[in-house]
Design a protein around this ligand. Sequence first.
Ligand code: NAP
Length: 413
Amino acid sequence: MASFEIRPPEWGEKITVQDGKLHVPDHPIILYIEGDGIGPEVVTSMRRVLDAAVEKAYGGKRKIAWTEILAGEKAGQVYGSVLPEETLEAIREYYVGIKGPLTTPVAGGYRSLNVAIRKALDLYACVRPSRYFTGVPSPMKRPELVDMIVFRENIEDVYAGIEWPWDSEEAEKVREFLYREFGIEIRKDSGIGIKPISAFRSKRLVRKAIQYAIDRKKPSVTLVHKGNIMKYTEGAFRDWGYELAKEEFRDYIVTEQELWEEYNGQVPEGKIVIKDRIADNMFQQIQTRTAEYSVIATMNLNGDYLSDAISAMVGGLGIAPGGNIGDYHAMFEPVHGTAPKYAGKNVINPTAEILSGALMLEYLKWFEAADLIYAAVEKTISSKKVTQDLARHMEGVKPLSTTEYTDALIENL
Ligand code: NAP
């Protein structure tokens, strides 16, 4: 078996946690996982673009000390395990990383490596930004109004995996318990799932969303829930969200109710509006009142549906970035998978991985470098320099290879 050592460059410095805050040095050790399929190509592009953006933004004062760790097929060859303990240990130690997509093993082992990483490190906020870049084919009339970022709770809700098949002993016991204790009758042929929503996990998710809105000067945070029906889970999420906002961010926020009761609907200078919407209405709102939504905080299932719907409004998989963030640990990744049929062909779109890198820079609070990347993607795509996935929907546009597109982006920084 081949050997591998996790070896940060000598000049790299560790990210640390000091006084409850992430402390990012000027030469932070950042982990990367190349991933499978098209992973190595998109990760190489992303590293090139991030290095160039950081250099441009900070003139050599700051530099990322890239350090490879392994997961997926490459890890299987080296360690005999697709998610070795060394990899998880390194993420625990160095805090921040970015990955390419990984093949989900078809038989045995983990249900998904991504889920395993999230669970092992308690990365409880799944963060998905969606914004429009001029020229990207979109089903919307005014896609330029889309600039939203979904903070989706990653751990609880009906997604927690607490469920039993209808004919299992466990389901039978739960049905019996509910009948005996509460007189609730559930049909015998019913599978059972449980939806836990806790104050602790709701509040820490909303805290992240509001902090992001403050850091990036976003106008609002919308709590999305179905609390009119599921009062003590989704309704409680809304209530806990408002409670947290008032307790911890009083000087920064105004609730929508206060806005109308005390400020005649005019947002006081520099305040973030905290509002809530019922989930089904929210799916209309994002399309009909697009400009009114910015940061969105919601539970697992709503967040899953909503983030896909929003990203489809502005171009889909090739440009959809993401991140999974815990209290301090974070792993960024594109939404797309390994697209095996394109692997090694130098044709795929690296933008989703690059934008995941920009989101990581925002997490490090290197906003200047992140903004250079957003502006360069806008400039490159709007001048019709695009890879085949976008070119095929645009009349008379010759597609660039992955490397040509990456070169064009760097030139536009
Ligand atoms: P996929 O890899 O996302 O690919 C589906 C299709 O989406 C591709 O055939 C291609 O469409 C388009 N696409 C995806 N990424 C693209 C990019 N960067 N540039 C241009 N086009 C892109 O989904 P999949 O085929 O369902 O999954 C393949 C493997 O990836 C599976 O093992 C799955 O488990 C894994 N996966 C991993 C992750 C992750 O690691 N986060 C996420 C999802 C899936 P066209 O064919 O139309 O050109």
